[in-house]
Design a protein around this ligand. Structure first.
Ligand SMILES: [Zn+2]
Length: 396
């Protein structure tokens, strides 16, 4: 996630020194990383070159971007396919929730203590910076923990998704009757924006909270499928992305690979920061789930609102976070419907992030539990729906 400094300040700082627009980035790539130019996208229509230091400065100023250097064609293939077929890409989501009888008893199995224990371990890594050995170690621990959590579930396909930096993304795939895929995402990396290679970054809220939230929903879903032998209609995947803080690098690599394989992703929900409510409560506002309304798929977002209303004990509040504010932007750019949910209104979200102070002590596990309820409910509702099985649903 980003911090809360307006874009206008950026103009006076990050790009005030002469900004180089190289005609051939390879010239720059030959030098040490400090001088390497990366291509970044800061709005749907605006790209620039920036060094790693300039990227950090942008983040310190609260400006989000995608570092598109490695995946400049993301979304092109799907766009061409759609235009050749003469269709606008729309996925129709269910009109209403359908599976209360199955889901409501399962929600009782979600357990705050598991999230707490997982987050205590996850934040004990000095940093989870994606270009560090600590980041590699935290990812290896997470992979092991997911495997233990699945507890021998035979259908599960669990694998790291390696990158050209130390920390891998992780994908846990629960095959359904069809290849249509529902993706539940969070990012596993953390960053200290002052000196990422040197200073600690516990990343409790950003995005340790999302990581353990979706892991707990995954645990209960898998337990249910194991116990009942049920096979879902859709394939459901849980993704833990690396390098969100580098400009959505891990998620772009994953969705670029999915696009090349012509994978049919019907929905993607990202959760980045699910545990901080202090500012909301201090302002006298009701504790709520923050549903992001900008740069998201409206149909999926509408369905998520219905899921929160039905299955969570707190209401939702509508809010915005700007372009490329988390990994759902990579799915969206690839042409897949995506949505984003956060702990509160964006302006009331945790401002300890990206520092040594992003600690568990500021977080509410009761609030995280509400996000776990949303996650499990959405995964089951869309996973079990026959909306896309030819019985009345529109194709992607
Ligand atoms: Zn984040």
């Amino acid at each position: 996630m980003r911090s809360l400094i307006p874009f206008s300040i950026l103009a006076a700082s990050a790009f005030s020194s002469a900004f180089v627009l190289p005609s051939d980035p390879a010239v720059f790539s030959a030098s040490s990383e400090a001088g390497v130019q990366r291509l970044i996208q800061i709005s749907p229509t605006e790209t620039r070159w920036a060094t790693e230091e300039q990227k950090l400065e942008l983040k310190r100023q609260g400006v989000n971007f995608m570092d598109i250097t490695d995946h400049q064609m993301l979304g092109m293939q799907n766009a061409v396919t759609r235009s050749e077929m003469g269709i606008m890409k729309t996925v129709e989501f269910p009109e209403k929730v359908m599976f209360e009888d199955t889901i409501k008893p399962l929600l009782k199995n979600l357990n705050k203590d598991n999230m707490k224990a997982n987050l205590e371990k996850f934040t004990s890594f000095y940093t989870r910076y994606y270009k560090s050995e600590h980041g590699r170690e935290s990812s290896e621990w997470l992979l092991k923990r997911i495997n233990e959590t699945a507890d021998g579930f035979a259908d599960l396909k669990l694998a790291p998704f390696p990158h050209h930096w130390q920390q891998s993304s992780i994908i846990a795939r629960i095959p359904g009757k069809t290849e249509k895929t529902v993706v539940i995402g969070a990012h596993q990396d953390s960053i200290n924006l002052f000196l990422p290679s040197l200073l600690g970054a516990p990343g409790a809220d950003d995005d340790g909270s999302g990581t353990v939230t979706i892991l707990e929903a995954f645990r209960v879903l898998v337990e249910h499928l194991k116990k009942t032998g049920e096979k879902l209609e859709q394939t459901v995947e849980f993704h833990w992305y690396s390098a969100e803080e580098g400009g959505l690098l891990g998620s772009q690599a994953v969705f670029s690979s999915y696009e090349k394989q012509a994978r049919d992703v019907v929905a993607m929900l990202q959760q980045d920061m699910t545990g901080f409510v202090e500012k909301t409560l201090k302002a006298g506002k009701p504790e709520s789930v923050g549903v992001i309304t900008d740069y998201v798929d409206p149909g999926l977002t509408e369905f998520i609102k219905k899921v929160i209303t039905e299955y969570c004990d707190i209401p939702y509040t509508l809010t915005e976070c700007g372009y490329a504010c988390s990994d759902h932007a990579s799915a969206s750019k690839a042409g897949y419907p995506s949505a984003f949910v956060i702990e509160s209104k964006f302006e009331d979200s945790d401002d300890h992030i990206h520092t040594t102070e992003d600690k568990i002590e500021f977080l509410s596990f009761d609030h995280m539990l509400q996000h776990a309820k949303l996650t499990l409910s959405l995964a089951y509702e869309l996973g079990a729906s026959n909306k896309w099985s030819g019985k009345g649903g529109d194709e992607l």
